[in-house]
Design a protein around this ligand. Structure first.
Ligand code: GTP
Ligand code: MG
Length: 600
């Protein structure tokens, strides 16, 4: 059977889960459809998703449609779970991006659109909520063309307006498709509006692919691509998600090449260890059916794999490959997690480790000064959901402290010619490394490294070891142990010892050397800022603007009832409650990360 691997992407509340549920119903995969607000949809099966009415984890489902198996991934829309979308995008061949016909292009939809650009995932647009008052298809299409800079083509028109919506006109096959009392019917479309829209579509296609009109329209029934890959080739499978329910660890993977069979022994290319594949499961949200094998192009979960982490490649030991891993975000907020009883305090690290494994955008560290356990993540909601999981799934009585932003440190004035020698020669195998570093501010917030050492005084493998050591030193900066960003290091000189030099010695020297050099630099603290888009009725807009200014917000745009501002994340904790009271419950807002600003 041919396969399509598709993601459903959009801003929070656009209707992704509802659309997924309707697709499952329309294809006969379920016999009744659920509603998000009733807490009975297939993909929002997690108890917290049902309580909160939002999607938290990406859920995989599958169904059959005209000779194809559709593997669908319903993704979360809230910005705190953006990494979950990113990991899903990595294994998809196509996406359906859902737009709210009233709201148009919303911030997180724009963000996932950019992410889909990065992973080169082709997409079709589904304009949802056309039944709502104020729905405007033309405005949404214009908004998409302008904001996304793409030539969106309208291939279907809605039939009827708002409450009287009965179906669509398919402009490719020129037919009316109606659903009345849950039954689908087709009839030819030959009204003036449909003919005009069809003509416009033909013109737009001809403009872009002169002469290719017929060809394109024939292929248009098949907008999104089929996965490629060879089931007879060596295995290459990417792990994109790990779940650890009570029933045992499940490893979600996409097979790119080869065929995976029950009982196979595979090689984890990142951890460099063998794993045995137990059962192979086709996933329907929280239910599974066992299959004998997974072939190139398939998305499945496997049981029995013990330690493979999201992002690793499973392959053949003798012919290892490493697939590109999805990129993750840096944590933006952290809070202390405390167990109420001594017994729970003992279990906490174990349960936390399992949680981090399932959600790699969480991280845990112990504050060296207070001894507290600090949980870091992408936002307040992200941490709240994580702690609720510790309570519900882990059975722990835990409290979450006040959230704080994760600060960064950056170099504002560098140093040059800092020499660091690491010498340990007290009999036996010694250690010797000698380096000289220049440190300077970098463009942007990354880490860059260069070597200007001449005459082979430091061999290439030792230079790489120095770079690795420098990376380790970035984990805690001199101002307060925060991650150091925006730094350029140059190795300008160095020396070796004929017997006692090693990669290990140069790595340690890189670490200590950069730490010492950063101590001599002028450093500054950075705090994360967010772009906030607030919608408020006109009569409360003044209060909203005043409040944003009080939060150190910088207004970047106001249009009608919408305000866009860049605000320090630290000043946004508790904003939801404040906005509700300022706007008497009629305002709403969304945020997205907008980099860092010097902290004041
Ligand atoms: N009127 C109307 N409401 C809709 C439509 N589609 C979804 N909704 C409602 O919109 C709300 C949000 O829908 P969801 O399906 O949860 O949206 P989502 O995109 O999955 O949201 P997240 O997963 O939290 O990002 C629910 O109350 C739905 O019932 C639609 O076509 N028309
Ligand atoms: Mg959802």
């Amino acid at each position: 059977m041919r396969v399509r691997n598709l993601g459903i992407l959009a801003h929070v509340d656009a209707g992704k889960t509802t659309l997924t549920e309707r697709v499952l119903f329309a294809t006969g995969a379920v016999h009744r459809y659920g509603e998000v607000h009733d807490g009975n949809t297939v993909t929002d099966f997690d108890p917290q998703e049902r309580d909160r009415g939002i999607t938290i984890s990406a859920a995989a489902v599958n169904c059959d449609w005209s000779g194809h198996r559709l593997n669908l991934i319903d993704t979360p829309g809230h910005v705190d779970f953006a990494d979950e979308v990113e990991r899903s995008l990595r294994v998809l061949d196509g996406a359906v991006v859902v737009f709210d016909a009233v709201a148009g292009v919303e911030p997180q939809t724009e963000a996932v659109w950019r992410a889909a650009d990065r992973y080169q995932v082709p997409r079709i647009v589904f304009v949802n909520k056309l039944d709502r008052p104020g729905a405007d298809l033309d405005a949404v299409v214009a908004d998409i063309r302008q904001r996304m800079r793409v030539a969106a083509l309208v291939v279907q028109l809605p039939l009827g307006r708002e409450g009287g919506l009965t179906g669509v006109v398919d402009l490719v096959r020129m037919r009316r498709v109606t659903w009345i009392d849950g039954r689908m019917a087709h009839e030819p479309a030959d009204d003036a509006e449909a003919r005009k829209a069809r003509q416009r579509l033909e013109e737009q296609v001809a403009e872009r692919h002169a002469g290719a009109l017929e060809e394109l329209l024939d292929a248009a029934v098949d907008y999104l691509p089929e996965p490629d890959g060879d089931p007879a080739a060596d295995l290459a499978a990417l792990v994109f998600k790990v779940q650890v329910p009570r029933s045992g660890r499940l490893t979600y993977l996409r097979v790119y090449d080869g065929t995976l069979r029950k009982g196979d022994v595979v090689w984890d290319a990142v951890a460099q260890r063998a794993e045995r594949v137990g059962r192979i499961l086709r996933v329907q949200a929280d239910r599974h059916t066992e299959v004998a094998e997974a072939r190139a192009g398939d998305i499945v979960a496997v049981a029995g794999v013990k330690a493979a982490q999201a992002g690793t490649t499973l392959c053949h030991r003798a012919r290892p490959v490493l697939l590109e891993t999805p990129r993750g975000s840096d944590p933006l907020v952290c809070a202390a997690v405390e167990a109420r009883t001594r017994a729970d305090a003992v279990r906490l690290p174990v349960v936390l480790a399992a949680l981090v494994e399932q959600d790699p955008s969480l991280s845990v560290r112990i504050d060296p000064e207070s001894g507290q356990t600090l949980l870091s993540g992408l936002g307040e909601l992200h941490l709240e959901v994580a702690v609720e999981r510790l309570r519900r799934a882990g059975g722990l009585a835990v409290t979450l402290g006040r959230p704080q932003v994760a600060l960064r440190e950056t170099v504002t004035r560098g140093v040059s010619g800092v020499r660091y020698r690491h010498v340990k020669q007290d009999g036996g195998a010694g250690q010797f490394a000698d380096i000289v570093l220049d440190v300077a501010p970098a463009d942007g917030l990354g880490f860059t490294f260069a070597s200007t050492v001449t005459g082979g005084r430091v061999p290439a493998e030792y230079i790489r070891a120095v770079e690795a050591g420098c990376r380790e030193a970035l984990a805690d900066g001199p101002l307060g142990g925060h991650r150091v960003v925006g730094v350029h290091v140059t190795l300008v000189d160095g020396g070796t010892h004929p017997k006692d030099s090693s990669e290990l010695a140069f790595r340690a020297t890189g670490r200590f050397g950069l730490r010492a050099a950063l101590g001599g630099c002028a450093m500054t603290l950075l705090e994360p800022v967010s772009e906030v888009t607030v919608t408020s009725p006109a009569d409360t807009l003044g209060a909203v603007l005043g409040d944003l200014a009080g939060r150190r917000g910088r207004i970047t745009a106001t249009t009608g009832e919408t305000v866009i501002a860049v605000v320090p994340l630290a000043a946004l904790f508790g904003y939801a409650t404040r906005l509700r009271s300022h706007t008497h419950g009629r305002g709403s807002y969304t945020t997205r990360p907008a980099g860092y600003r010097p902290a004041v």
